[in-house]
Write a protein that binds this ligand. Sequence first.
Ligand code: FAD
Ligand code: SF4
Length: 446
Amino acid sequence: MDRDADLRVADFEEVDLGLTKEQVIAEAKRCIQCKKPKCISGCPVGIDIPAFIQAIADEKLQDAVDIIKKDNMLPAVCGRVCPQETQCQGVCVLGIKGTPIAIGQLERYVADIERKKGAKCPKCAQPTNKKVAVVGSGPAGLACAAELARRGHSVTIFESLHEAGGVLMYGIPAFRMPKDIVQYEINQVKKLGVEIKTNHIVGRSVSVEELLSYSAVFLGTGAGLPYFMGIQGENLPGVYSANEFLTRVNLMGANKFPENDTPVKVGKKVVVVGGGNVAMDAARVARRMGADVTLMYRRGEADMPARLDEVRHAKEEGVFFMTATNPIAILGENNAVSGVKAIKMELGTPGDDGRCSFYPVEGSEFVVEADVVIEAIGQGPNPLLLRMLPELTRNRNGSVAVNCLGETSIQKVYAGGDVATGAATVILAMGTAKEAAVAIDKKLRT
Ligand code: FAD
Ligand code: SF4
């Protein structure tokens, strides 16, 4: 159940309040326990979904969370932010003619219950005395580290920021992903024996030589390099990448400036450019900071890559959607943003990817007033460490090339998550990281 839009737009508290115990048990009892369940392969970390749902139906909630944690140490996180509609729930057979089981909500419920009473820590295998370095503490780094620690290896995560968690901490706002929950689940990973060294930038404060002295290395450095449109006016003060804007607020608490040291300019009128989850998050944060927000997207609403729920939430919270419109310049006065010059787009027929082509409509230029512009048009791999490893083979989009085991072109160096797949999702990052961890474990034992 969602909190009322008028109330939630005034704070950063969680929007979705989840289900009650009665609703969760009733939902679990709806599961028909398929003989050949598709949901397990719909989950990139392969949780035994029917088993945990059966445990809930039997009111054995601790058993349910124990089953989940065999494969996923971040259940409260994934229950909230996984795009379940295209993962586990997307293949649930009940969805063919009706409503799929709300798998994410069930996962979230049992994880929340366990957290409130104090989670127990899963057991680890006998120590192997092998040391593995993980770079980056986002979902990929955490999933890889947890899997390796449970298999008995000694794992150190190096994280450049002052807080662990990657996008879970700096990108996804607290009203979707409360930060105390992220920290709690990270602490569970630490309890497996994983050491997390924050404020450690590999390639700067930690040398590549030191990194390569470990028995194996996993790169989970993410895709945090924002793309810009390359249009006139982008250097004006008041133009942010969504990454910078969200990091200022989510990680540095700029919404409470001057109580906190970091400021952020929001102004009265904000234009957010983009149609993905990142754009929705930036728009919804700006709304919470009191701005009128226009979301500008060059295609139609049906083409937006954002989750449907995020689009709905943004609209309920008063974000104005201006679709089939593309910015062509950012205008300024007195060294500050004053507006966005945009052009209407004509939408063509959908291409192979199902999304419409688009063409500028000649003579349709117009200006939208704005004092802040936030660009959310995509991100590429964080470049710093990759530049220090020139032997690393990269794909055409700059991501690190890996085989199905997560092996890179450098011996004993593995990669997973956004740095290897390009900007994707939390659970895909965790899935690829887990596969790499299994391969690392196998290698270290030969
Ligand atoms: P990241 O989470 O980016 O973590 C990488 C970490 O590596 C960072 O902490 C970074 O500081 C660190 N690092 C980088 N270079 C170095 C270095 N040289 N030394 C040390 N540390 C380094 N996905 C969903 O499934 N659902 C959502 O609702 C969703 N919403 C999103 C909203 C936003 C605003 C954004 C930006 C992304 C969203 N995503 C969502 C995508 C998802 O968050 C990412 O796919 C996921 O976080 C990728 O995980 P990762 O571990 O590969 O990278
Ligand atoms: Fe579904 Fe995500 Fe949970 Fe897997 S981790 S079962 S994809 S909600």
